[in-house]
Structures are given as structure tokens and as C-alpha cells.
Design a protein around this ligand. Structure first.
Ligand SMILES: [Zn+2]
Length: 162
């Protein structure tokens, strides 16, 4: 196992949809272990493969008692709405207020390729949406108004220089 360096905005790998995971044997298990280790090291609650420079539709998450590996994730239902702060390890943990669905259902494959569904609410729902977005090449800042997005990017750049 190894902690991998986090790739940050505006790296192209973060801004392009990942390729589907087709090989559920071999190196996937060790990649997933590295992703968990990297996520915990950075005190994140979710991490997508793109964030360590790998363009695959794959993420790990450990949030509010829901720990999972999701390959080829799809959000199959969303309900209600929540407002809250959201941040991303790839954007220097700069936070911004963002509205998201408050109840979601995810469909994905686990590390052996078995399909499963996972329901979540609150912060865990936000996390599933955020990580599935990563797999599609979408950062949370893309959901912000241009003004708010600018503020987040400027704060992030300042942090990088410091
Ligand atoms: Zn993120």
C-alpha cells in the first residue's frame, strides 16, 4: 500500500470523464487500497481515481458509516434538497456553499465487479454525488455561480503560493 500524491485543479485528468472500469482482477484491489490510504491520510471522506491521476470511473468513500468502493457509478435517483459546505482535496479543501439532493441512490460495481445499490442521505448523499461527478470529469466548483467559482479558485491559488 502507498499514499499517492493528490492531483489538483486544473489538471486535465480532473476535467475529463474517466474510462469505464472493465478489468476487475489484478491490480484493481491494490489501487483501491492505495486510494483508501491516500483518502484517510488527507482526512477526506471520498476520493476518486482521477484525484491520483488515474482516468478511471472509480471512487472510494468512508462517510457517515458508509464505506464503499464504487466502479462505474451512476446516480439512479435523487430526492429533496440540502444546502451545505462542500470542498475537495483537489481544490485545496477550499469550501463553498452548494445545494445538492439530500437523498440519493447510487448504482455501481464493487471491487469484484458485483453490481450493488446504495442509498444515502445528508453528508453521505453529498459525498456520493461529489465523487460520481469526479468520475464524469466534473469538479464541485462547476456547480457554483461564476462569481463564487472565481472566489474559490482565487483562494485556492493563494493557498498554493503560500
Ligand atoms: Zn473532490
Amino acid at each position: 500500500m502507498a499514499i499517492r500524491p493528490i492531483v489538483e485543479y486544473p489538471a486535465p485528468v480532473l476535467l475529463n470523464p474517466g474510462a469505464p472500469v472493465v478489468n476487475f482482477h489484478g491490480e484493481l484491489e491494490s489501487l483501491v487500497q492505495d486510494m483508501f490510504e491516500t483518502m484517510y491520510d488527507d482526512e477526506g471522506v471520498g476520493l476518486a481515481a482521477q484525484q491520483i491521476g488515474i482516468g478511471l470511473r472509480l471512487f472510494v468513500m468512508d462517510c457517515k458509516g458508509i464505506k464503499l468502493v464504487a466502479a462505474n457509478p451512476e446516480i439512479i435517483s435523487t430526492e429533496d434538497e440540502q444546502s451545505g459546505e462542500e470542498g475537495c482535496l483537489s481544490v485545496g479543501k477550499v469550501h463553498a456553499e452548494l445545494k445538492r439532493a439530500s437523498r440519493v441512490t447510487l448504482r455501481a460495481q464493487d471491487v469484484s465487479g458485483e453490481f450493488f445499490e446504495q442509498e444515502a442521505t445528508g453528508l453521505a448523499a453529498r459525498c456520493l454525488l461529489h465523487e460520481t461527478d469526479h468520475c464524469d470529469g466534473i469538479l464541485f466548483i462547476r456547480h457554483l455561480s461564476p462569481l463564487k467559482r472565481d472566489i474559490v479558485i482565487r483562494r485556492f491559488r493563494k493557498l498554493r503560493k503560500a
